[in-house]
Design a protein around this ligand. Structure first.
Ligand code: SF4
Length: 473
């Protein structure tokens, strides 16, 4: 058994990063013969992409995917640790799995992802959820065949959670959700240690992948017919800072753009590392999409300092302005937390003012939720839940107003849209995203799926737009 340990996870001294290749032993490739797996994913794109890796590994082991948990022989929950409500959802879901295991004892069930990296979660599992079969962390995904093999052999809970600064495993296969858009990890982990955030503990030290591996992955995706890649990391702008080279995100973005892939995106950006060179590269390369997610978190310098964000309100606004001047057509979205410890009415008003200035295209807004083990969890959570909810509501009204205003500007315009699929709500309608990441529902033939088309916007909603293809490309 290997349990997580936040003291080790926090360590950033004397840590070297090892890169190795994923391998699966021949004798483990038939373990899942005639068996079905079900996986449920919580959280961010990083987790979604981890799930793509887990699915491909399970299919190498001959498991078949199904979408009904009750019919599965293997059930995995790939979890997120960012907010408390996901913990509640996951533990609630475990109740359903326990019930199923009572009638189908052969079912193997497990938890992976960021929650598995938390000491308190694993302690809770060991005391109250011992009926689970496997628990593995974000650093152990490549080892899933061995972990599963051991659990099946022992028939008792197998916990394998490494709390290392992290390694890089190349060559892990992926069963990608889309045939046209792909996530490409460019780095793992984070060294920023914002005081509210658990990611540096659950995902480890910042480790940038070798640029050749990234470029080769993008070239392979082009050969497979992919039109869009999203370069993925907790703080992509810091790419390369952990390597002993003078090659950073601006250089990488440029090189990825030069592969000729139709669309390049990147998430998530920390304002601290967003350089002028990056802005220039985005401006000069038309296949880098004019969409930037730039989390601000708060508009108050007092709160930004308590959050350990390393920039001021003024610096953020300066950067925002610089991006908008260089890329006036771009859309910028953000993340905001309300109700952080000691956030006064006046701090909150500064956040509202900043939103009034930036008029974001959209924002993910959250109520502060203390994460055990982080510095913010030791601060007095002195804003009442009612006050937090009121602030969130007031903020959301403002955010929605500006989202609608930003979308309104598109009415009657013709914009490029990557048409991905049928709309989930209406199988007679197609859906896709503009270069600026606006969701568009389109009247059109299915032959357009997997192509980029010029679409005229005919109607605007708060969260989406309607459009029609004007001239076939
Ligand atoms: S930069 Fe992002 S991932 Fe890193 S600690 Fe801050 S909020 Fe967390």
């Amino acid at each position: 058994m290997k349990k997580p340990n936040f003291d080790f996870a926090r360590n950033r001294k004397d840590t070297s990063v090892e890169t190795s290749e994923y391998i699966i032993a021949e004798n483990l490739k038939n373990i899942g013969q005639n068996k079905k797996y079900f996986i449920k994913t919580y959280g961010c794109q990083m987790n979604e992409h981890d799930t793509e890796n887990i699915k491909a590994i399970l299919e190498q082991m001959s498991y078949t995917e199904i979408d009904k948990m009750e019919d599965a022989d293997l059930i995995l929950l790939n979890t997120c640790a960012i907010r408390e409500n996901v913990h509640d959802k996951v533990f609630g879901y475990l109740g359903r799995i326990k019930h199923l295991k009572q009638t189908k004892p052969h079912v193997v069930a497990g938890i992976c992802g960021c929650m598995a990296q938390e000491e308190s979660v694993v302690d809770k599992i060991l005391s109250k959820y011992k009926w689970l079969d496997i628990v593995f962390g974000t650093h152990n995904i490549h080892d899933l065949p061995n972990i599963l093999d051991k659990a099946l052999e022992k028939k008792e809970l197998e916990v394998q959670v490494l709390s290392i600064a992290g390694n890089i495993i190349e060559g892990i296969p992926a069963k990608r959700v889309s045939k046209y858009k792909a996530w490409v990890n460019i780095m793992y982990g984070c060294d920023k240690f914002c005081t509210y955030c658990i990611v540096p503990y659950t995902r480890g030290k910042q480790r940038s992948r070798d640029k050749e591996s990234i470029i080769n992955e993008v070239k392979n995706l082009i050969n497979q017919g992919y039109l869009e890649v999203t370069l993925l990391g907790q703080n992509v702008n810091a790419y390369g800072k952990d390597l002993d080279v003078s090659y950073g995100m601006a250089e990488l973005l440029k090189e990825v753009a030069l592969t000729g892939i139709k669309r390049v995106r990147f998430v998530t950006s920390h304002p601290w590392d967003f350089t002028d060179e990056m802005i220039e590269v985005i401006k000069d390369n038309k296949n880098i999409m004019p969409y930037i997610h730039l989390p601000v978190q708060s508009g108050s310098n007092n709160i930004l300092k308590l959050m350990g964000r390393r920039y001021t309100r003024e610096k953020y606004l300066e950067l925002f302005d610089k991006i908008k001047k260089a890329l006036p057509y771009s859309s910028i979205t953000t993340d905001i937390i309300v109700g952080f410890p000691n956030e006064t009415e006046s701090d909150f008003n500064e956040t509202l003012e900043l939103v009034n200035t930036c008029k974001f295209d959209s924002a993910f807004t959250f109520v502060f939720s203390p994460r055990e083990g982080t510095p913010a969890a030791k601060m007095v959570d002195n804003i009442s839940l009612v006050e937090k909810e009121n602030r969130l509501q007031e903020l959301n009204i403002l955010i929605n107003k500006y989202s609608k205003e930003a979308n309104d500007k598109y009415l009657g315009k013709t914009v490029p849209v990557l048409i991905e699929d049928y709309s989930q709500k209406n199988k007679n309608i197609l859906m896709g995203y503009t270069d600026t990441m606006k969701l568009v529902n389109i009247v059109g033939d299915s032959k357009y799926i997997g192509t980029i088309q010029n679409v005229k916007i005919t109607d605007i909603k708060t969260w989406s737009m309607d459009g029609e293809i004007v001239n076939e490309l």
